[in-house]
Design a protein around this ligand. Structure first.
Ligand code: CMC
Length: 423
């Protein structure tokens, strides 16, 4: 590297297509000047870790968990098997899988006091806010979780977290409806039990339609991890302080809540409702192109091609609509996609539908209000957050996350006390 300010040249090794930011710190304009740093708002071109969990090739539209293509996992695996794969790094034997399912099923119940405080939320509380608060509360119920150096404790917290997410998510849903919270039914599979906690009323047992269970399980698989996205980064950043995993995952839930991340599925549905009919699409697109708003569910930091998850979701939508009847907003979504994919603005910027574009339509068909969509995303993403957290705790190179800044404020001002300034 040649520093144009001084004309000096430096050798900076390139490993795995990256240079170490600390290696460029030796480049200085003068001996007493600060070392050269990288300015990268949004971490657009900065690798913050080594990871063997998820691989994405954004140009080709490829997504793999631990090396297995998402298309195969979505078609042939189950959410709990994928969760095992993400957390452990390999597929389970029969005995390992049975043990894993047993452990997760065993831990679905939450402390009664959690129910008590969830009931204290306002009647119209957003379920993501309730989920974030209840996830972080788990650290107070399991203080042993602070022992992050102990592999047995780490395993137990991971099992607890994956097991309790549907319970907390379902209770947040029931709360908004003023309905009694339903306890887990441990005879049922992970996803069937979730549906039971959502929709069971006075019947002694609630077993959802097999096709709906399968579709929701597939959606969970599609959301299970996505390498260093904003919420995984939040989990890693908070986790780097060595806090317990519930606090770290709560940060992930908070990051996911935002409309540019998981909140986009809720925003897509509101957008489709606002457009209302196909005739209104051209004027909506014009508004997007003139920068008044974004086409929600389109574009991605990494994918510059069709998001492979969106393609699979389109297929799952057909299975769900077979049971529920077609969502009338589907026609608007398909037309919107068609027009956008042919429009110069979107083509030039390589903006394609992402995972959130069609998922909301399925969720709505399943009778979920838009506020619940991101909760469903969070339940699916929990194993990914935990796998990222686990990898972080075992990575000797990791340090507390603490970026630099370029200071732009005043310096060494003379302070005048308020009594003199206001005199
Ligand atoms: N509609 C209109 N224009 C867009 C959109 C969009 N959805 N996305 C990006 N652009 C434009 C943007 O205005 C910019 O144009 P220009 O170069 O003229 O300034 C260009 O495309 C690059 O966009 P960017 O904002 O620099 O890209 P980014 O990588 O920082 O943002 C994104 C990625 C996902 C936040 C963004 O595409 C977006 O806001 N999409 C809509 C929200 C959404 O669907 N989010 C879900 C993401 S996938 C699942 C998840 O993470 O939860």
């Amino acid at each position: 590297m040649r520093d144009n300010r001084t004309g000096l040249e430096y050798d900076v090794p390139i490993t795995d297509g990256t240079i170490r930011a600390s290696d460029i710190g030796q480049i200085k304009a003068a001996d007493d000047a600060p070392g050269l740093a990288v300015y990268d708002p949004g971490f657009v071109n900065t690798a913050a870790c080594r990871s063997s969990i998820t691989y994405i090739d954004g140009d080709k539209g490829v997504l793999e968990y631990r090396g297995y293509p998402i298309e195969q996992l979505a078609e042939k695996s189950s959410f709990l098997e994928v969760a095992y794969l993400l957390v452990h790094g390999n597929l389970p034997s029969k005995a390992e899988f049975e043990q894993w399912v047993h452990e997760i099923t065993y831990h679905t119940f939450v402390h009664e006091n959690i129910k008590g405080f969830m009931q204290g939320f306002r009647y119209d509380a957003h379920p993501m806010g309730m989920l974030m608060a209840s996830v972080s509360s788990l650290s107070t119920f399991y203080p042993d979780a602070a022992n992050i150096a102990d592999p047995d404790s780490r395993h137990l917290q991971i099992v607890r977290m994956i097991a309790k997410m549907p319970t907390l998510g379902a209770w947040a849903f029931r709360h908004a409806q003023g309905k009694p919270y339903v306890y887990p039914d441990n005879d049922l599979s992970y996803t069937a039990n979730f549906l039971s906690m959502l929709f069971k009323m006075s019947e002694p047992k609630y077993v959802g339609d097999e096709r709906i269970i399968k579709a929701l399980d597939t959606l969970f698989i599609l959301h299970a991890d996505h390498e260093q996205n904003a919420s995984a980064n939040a989990v890693r950043s908070v986790g780097s302080t060595q806090v317990d995993p519930y606090s770290a995952v709560a940060a992930g839930v908070g990051a996911l809540y935002g409309p540019l991340h998981g909140g986009a599925n809720e925003a897509v549905l509101r957008m489709l409702r606002r457009i209302g009919s196909k005739e209104n699409i051209p004027s909506f697109i014009e508004g997007v192109k003139s920068g008044n708003e974004r086409l929600m569910g389109f574009g991605h930091r990494v994918y510059k091609n069709y998001d492979p998850r969106a393609r699979i979701i389109k297929g799952a939508a057909d299975d769900v609509f077979e049971v529920t009847g077609v969502n009338p907003l589907l026609e608007i979504a398909k037309e919107l996609e068609k027009i956008a994919l042919e429009d110069e603005y979107f083509v030039k910027r390589r903006l394609y539908p992402n995972v959130d574009f069609y998922s909301g339509l399925i969720y709505e068909a399943l009778a979920f209000p838009p506020e619940m969509f991101t909760v469903l995303f969070a339940i699916g993403r929990a194993p990914g957050w935990l796998a990222q957290w686990l990898e972080l705790t075992q990575d000797k190179e990791q340090k507390i996350a603490r970026p630099k800044q370029i200071y732009t404020g005043e310096r060494t001002l003379a302070f005048t006390p308020a009594s003199e300034r206001w005199a």
